[in-house]
Design a protein. Structure first.
Length: 254
């Protein structure tokens, strides 16, 4: 089938859905210029992210870890939402997309207009105190490296989920609840290999739901995808939203 025919199939599933959710990954942010953890742009100063994004790395060298995060915070603050972010926000405004679960730690979904967002792996623009739990939001990269808590003077850490750490309880609870209710999940730009996020489409499938995947290449999700739309999210999703709006318009006239 051609991409246009597959988009038509996906559109029919979306328009018929009662509770559609979405899961987004690094591929969506990459189109806004934010490097992915994996791939040719996934390295920093010869370090692998897996060697920096751990509690052990932070205990060993908090300055090095914070230098990396300060660089990433700067990238996020300069980045702007791309057409994929806006397309997902549009689906929410149409009343179709009920919840957006993102593995991305940036705020580009919110800046595009999405409101019902679950940050599965935390938020890079926030930091929290390692002692008293005080939380703050960065409007610019921290000037003091490593930054310290303005309340108690202890080290701050990025408010993200590092390798080896559990998913925040509320984010996990809500994601699993939404997955169990969903009759359609739109999976966009994720490799599907990071757990437990990668299991969310499988949970939807186990509950009788349908999986629509948008990705530049096949992933760990593709084996359970009912419709696979190959291409960049910023190109495919706007076409999908246009088709959805057209079909909704036709139904309104019937």
């Amino acid at each position: 089938m051609s991409l246009e025919e597959l988009i038509e199939s996906a559109t029919e599933l979306i328009v018929r859905s009662r509770h559609m959710i979405a899961l987004t990954g690094a591929g969506v942010s990459a189109e806004s210029g934010i490097p992915t953890f994996r791939g040719p742009n996934g390295l920093w100063r010869k370090f692998k992210p897996e060697e920096l994004a751990t509690p052990e790395a932070f205990r060993r060298n908090p300055r090095l870890v914070w230098e990396w995060y300060a660089w990433r915070i700067g990238l996020v603050l300069k980045a702007t939402p791309n057409p994929a972010h806006y397309a997902l926000a549009e689906l929410e405004k149409l009343g179709i997309l009920k919840c957006l679960i993102t593995q991305n730690v940036d705020d580009l979904h919110e800046r595009a207009g999405s409101r019902s967002v679950v940050h599965f792996h935390g938020e890079i623009l926030f930091a929290r105190c390692t002692s008293c739990g005080f939380r703050l939001k960065w409007s610019e990269p921290p000037s003091e490296i490593p930054p310290r808590c303005p309340k108690c003077g202890s080290l701050l850490r990025p408010d993200v989920v590092w390798f080896g750490e559990p998913i925040p309880e509320e984010a996990l609870r809500r994601a699993l609840h939404e997955a169990s209710r969903a009759d359609v999940i739109l999976v966009v730009g994720t490799s599907g290999v990071v757990q437990p996020a990668g299991s969310i489409p499988y949970i939807v499938k186990e509950h009788g739901g349908t999986v629509i995947e948008v990705n530049v290449e096949e992933s760990a999700i593709t084996p359970v995808a009912d419709v696979f739309l190959r291409g960049k999210a910023g190109e495919v999703l706007p076409k999908l939203v246009t088709a959805v709006k057209r079909k909704l318009g036709k139904r309104g006239k019937e």
